[in-house]
Design a protein around this ligand. Sequence first.
Ligand SMILES: CC(C)(COP(=O)(O)OP(=O)(O)OC[C@H]1O[C@@H](n2cnc3c(N)ncnc32)[C@H](O)[C@@H]1OP(=O)(O)O)[C@@H](O)C(=O)NCCC(=O)NCCS
Length: 115
Amino acid sequence: MLIAEECGQVRGKAVLDFKQRRDAAWLWLVSVDPAHRGKGVGTALIWAAETQALAREHHIIELAVDDVNPRARALYERLGYRPVGPYVDMVRYIDDEGNRVCRDEPGVLLRRHLK
Ligand SMILES: CC(C)(COP(=O)(O)OP(=O)(O)OC[C@H]1O[C@@H](n2cnc3c(N)ncnc32)[C@H](O)[C@@H]1OP(=O)(O)O)[C@@H](O)C(=O)NCCC(=O)NCCS
């Protein structure tokens, strides 16, 4: 797990998983505190993930982004991630009222080859 901190406060986090995919590191759960978005924290988290991947000799990072999230997709594409196919995100969680939420979010699989 990658944590972005400023003055001892957590501003964002991401998870880089080396076991999810066979030939790529899997980046997921990238999120930045809403009050601190648009200031480069997300970009810093992605760069940190790339550094960690290379340190473990993984030269490919993959991630999925939902179609309902075009701004996040724009960020990834600006950083060199390219679409390689469709991806369906199986969203499963229990909401604040205790309801089980189950839905499939269509999206895209993005990949970047690291140098
Ligand atoms: C996507 C996210 C991680 C980007 O983090 P960030 O710290 O705002 O990113 P940066 O400041 O490095 O870059 C900003 C870019 O992020 C993208 N972005 C996505 N959502 C954004 C938001 N709500 N506010 C600002 N930028 C956003 C835009 O492409 C923006 O580029 P622009 O300034 O040219 O429009 C953040 O908006 C977030 O936590 N969103 C909610 C969770 C989410 O959607 N995660 C991605 C799952 S695949």
